[in-house]
Design a protein around this ligand. Structure first.
Ligand code: ZN
Length: 247
């Protein structure tokens, strides 16, 4: 542990706090700032009783987001030599999200280091909106980091070293600059009408208003586009309702 930089130590402490929060029935009091990030280590006086408790009607934010470096080993099948971004430029970001059970959960995204502050802001906003996200796991949790398996599982994810289907170009996911949100509810539809994931047919009806489905003008879409991200739901061929990117 002593060889870890201060940032990691801060993150480790925050995670320990968040884990405690996850196992508790009630959300813990937000004694620390809910907006955290890769900040400098707190000053020795941080325990001073100057922190102001949030109003009781404020949305509970149980733990700050935390940021970690990643290694090639941790990326598993989602990265290989020859990918356009080295592991050193990627970060693992732990964020809070509301699940379809209306409870707070913790998820992990791998994104480009340049986008870490934006990604934290976006997921904090989704949390305050109580936009439900089923799960957020890194794609190497699925055999071969296979995107189809992650999508079928309605798993929200970001980095994956893969190409754009049907092309020889890298996807923005290969740069850690794209996020697929609730992909089963928000499928990808190619020019021939084929869908990904293949179990998403019932969600081709975009007049549906189930929680988690994304529509033009939805606050959850604005959480991304207000940060300058592009939404694949505005595309025509393909249409990619799950996809947000910041090239
Ligand atoms: Zn995508």
């Amino acid at each position: 542990m002593l060889r870890l930089p201060p940032v990691v130590l801060v993150a480790t402490i925050a995670v320990a706090a968040s884990m405690a929060g996850c196992t508790a029935a009630a959300p813990p009091n937000a004694a620390s700032s809910p907006r955290a990030v890769v900040a400098p280590p707190p000053s020795p006086s941080s325990a001073a009783p100057s922190a102001v408790a949030p109003p009781s009607d404020a949305p509970a934010t149980p733990a700050p987001a935390t940021v970690y470096p990643v290694t090639a080993a941790e990326l598993g099948a989602s990265w290989r030599p020859g990918c356009p971004v080295e592991p050193g430029l990627l970060r693992r970001v732990e964020v809070n999200h509301v699940g379809f059970d209306d409870q707070t959960h913790r998820g992990e995204l791998i994104v480009h280091e340049d986008l870490v502050p934006q990604v934290i802001t976006i997921f904090e906003r989704l949390y305050v909106l109580r936009y439900p996200v089923e799960k957020i796991r890194t794609v190497n949790n699925y055999p071969g980091a296979t995107d189809e398996l992650s999508m079928e599982d309605n798993n929200t994810s970001a980095f994956n070293c893969r190409g754009i289907p049907g092309t020889t170009q890298w996807s923005q996911h290969a740069y850690g600059r794209a996020i697929d949100l609730n992909p089963l509810l928000n499928p990808y539809i190619d020019g021939a009408g084929a869908i990904q994931p293949t179990n998403a047919a019932e969600y081709l009806d975009r007049d549906r208003t189930d929680p988690g489905l994304l529509h033009d003008g939805d606050p959850a879409v604005l959480a991304f586009t207000d940060q300058g991200w592009q939404w694949g739901g505005f595309w025509t061929t393909p249409i990619d309702y799950q996809h947000f990117e910041r090239p």
